[in-house]
Design a protein around this ligand. Structure first.
Ligand SMILES: Nc1ncnc2c1ncn2[C@@H]1O[C@H](COP(=O)(O)OP(=O)(O)OP(=O)(O)O)[C@@H](O)[C@H]1O
Ligand SMILES: [Mg+2]
Length: 512
């Protein structure tokens, strides 16, 4: 599976010309012309719904364009299916990896490349091959080739997609937000791999909302807005401000504003909470306070949040809500008690894909709204529209089915649901993952306002600037334990990282 490269030619590996695509009344792409050159990383940026995934889906044969054409190595091509594109050497690492749950990693990787019908293939040989692939690409030990798909973490699923894309000849390789569920270490390994492929002459298209990553990795940056190409800039000659202006069409005000009252009494308290993944965790979140939960991927933060809301069992210790012990049997019990939770895996855990934006947002407020029978529907629609507008959910109307939204807009719908509800406690797991820079600023300001209204907020985030900008206090975890608590005045990136990577837990040094 060593990717065979076509010799670097002077022309583009792939050229899209006058590309147009509509979905009903939505113009997802409009007259986009772009060259993707061999041996370069071209980053694609734009707000949620700008058309990035649609562009990738067209070049990889998932969608047919309504207008325009594709030229591969100067020749016009028309891909009738992803298999056509794959045969031509154009591959994509999708925004949501498709993993077959009950078969092994090795079979997931070589699905479609398995030996022809009738010929025997050996599971053992396939496993060995996958193990060798992992090693060669710098991901040795990242996962067991025999592990069934359903047990893989988000990062491992991503890796399966990457291995899969590298079976066979590769001329153009597209990544759709590949790092959103990767740890820093995994991101570095991925970037090293991407640079290696680039240096071998592969043309790389890289979609991401993470500005620093793009400026670190890309050679050129193309920006889409409302389906149109706004411009292409050499990465070395542009910067954050210019790119934001190109994406959003305006300057953004300061990201973090923070107008808060002094925190009140404790609303949520964890006392020695122990689960299968975390050990003896204790901390409080007070009314009007934002507590950040920091740590590396795998530190147990998401598992802790899920235990608090009754989604994973607590083995010992207790959770108190306003001083009363919480004994949830299911997440709906905690919702009723006044705890809102936007999980990390929003699509799987939180969205009804075949229902409208309105249904998905109002899910959490229905019981509240239904007290006023007559005004219910009107009130519901107004509330949903208000939050959909504030987060700039891009859709024809609030009646649009959620599965028709872009990835980032789906995230916004889950957040809108909880931001609209104003619970006593709000737990947000990676609230800005996959959302664009404008919505990010809006999410921060809504969190600030909820805290100012007295909501106790717990934010899990892997983006340190986000934790440092939002939180009044930061609790750091490592290997399922709390390794320290920092006040925002004393916290800097180094302090948080030191605690996140502290190998030894000394109970003195840990708590302050
Ligand atoms: N299958 C579909 N049916 C209807 N509308 C769609 C479909 N796929 C995409 N769209 C619409 O096309 C537009 C562009 O979507 P696209 O997924 O390309 O955005 P994106 O730039 O990838 O956004 P994100 O950053 O959120 O992933 C959006 O308005 C989206 O709602
Ligand atoms: Mg997308």
């Amino acid at each position: 599976m060593t990717p065979t490269m076509t010799p670097a030619t002077s022309g583009p590996a792939l050229r899209v010309e006058g590309l147009g695509k509509r979905f009903g009344a939505v113009r997802a792409l409009d007259g986009v012309t772009l060259d993707i050159r061999p041996g370069e990383v071209l980053a694609l940026m734009g707000e949620n719904g700008a058309g990035k995934s649609t562009l990738l889906k067209i070049i990889t044969g998932d969608h047919r364009p309504d207008d325009g054409r594709l030229l591969l190595g100067g020749q016009e091509v028309s891909f009738g299916s992803p298999a056509d594109a794959r045969r031509a050497g154009v591959r994509v690492i999708a925004q949501e990896p498709e993993i077959i749950p009950h078969v092994s990693v090795a079979e997931n990787v070589y699905v479609g490349a398995l030996p022809a019908r009738g010929r025997l293939f050996s599971h053992r040989a396939l496993s060995e091959r996958t193990r060798a692939d992992l090693e060669r690409l710098g991901f040795a030990g990242a996962m067991d080739p025999g592990c069934p798909g359903e047990r893989l973490s988000p990062a491992q699923r991503q890796l399966v997609e990457i291995l899969r894309a590298l079976t066979g000849e590769v001329r153009v390789l597209a990544f759709d937000e590949p790092t959103s569920s990767l740890s820093d270490h995994e991101v570095s390994a991925l970037f090293a791999l991407i640079r290696r492929l680039r240096d071998q002459g592969v043309a790389i298209v890289y979609v991401s909302h993470r500005m620093q990553e793009i400026l670190r990795l890309a050679d050129r940056v193309a920006v889409l807005r409302d389906g149109r190409l706004v411009g292409v800039r050499p990465a070395a000659e542009t910067g954050e401000d210019e790119l934001v202006r190109m994406m959003v069409g305006r300057d953004l005000s300061a990201m973090f504003q923070r107008e808060r009252n002094r925190p009140g009494g404790p609303v949520l308290a964890l006392n020695g909470v122990t689960t299968d993944d975390v050990t003896d965790v204790s901390f409080e979140v007070r009314a009007g306070e934002v507590v950040g939960l920091a740590g590396l991927v795998g530190a147990g933060r998401s598992e802790l949040a899920r235990a608090v809301v009754g989604d994973l069992p607590i083995r010992s210790g207790e959770v108190l809500l306003e001083g009363r012990r919480l004994r949830p049997r299911s997440p709906s019990d905690t919702v009723r008690a006044g705890i809102g939770f936007a999980p990390e895996e929003r699509k799987a855990q939180a969205l009804l894909l075949h229902r409208s934006i309105r249904d998905n947002v109002s899910l959490a407020v229905l019981d509240r709204l239904s007290r006023f029978h007559l005004v219910r529907r009107a009130a519901e629609r107004a509330l949903v529209r208000e939050y959909a507008d504030r987060l700039r959910v891009k859709a024809p109307s609030v009646e649009t089915e959620v599965r028709r939204l872009s990835g980032g807009n789906q995230q916004k719908v889950v957040l809108a649901r909880w931001l609209a509800r104003k619970p006593k406690v709000l737990i947000l797991d990676e609230p800005t993952r996959g959302v664009d820079v404008g919505a990010k600023a809006e999410i921060y300001s809504i969190i600030d306002r909820l805290a100012a209204d007295g909501v106790a907020v717990l934010v899990i985030s892997s983006e340190l600037p986000e934790v440092l900008g939002l939180a009044d206090r930061i609790v750091v975890m490592q290997n399922g334990r709390v390794t320290g608590e920092l006040d925002r005045r004393q916290a800097g990136e180094e302090q948080v990282l030191a605690l996140a990577m502290a190998d030894q837990i000394t109970s003195e040094g840990a708590r302050q």
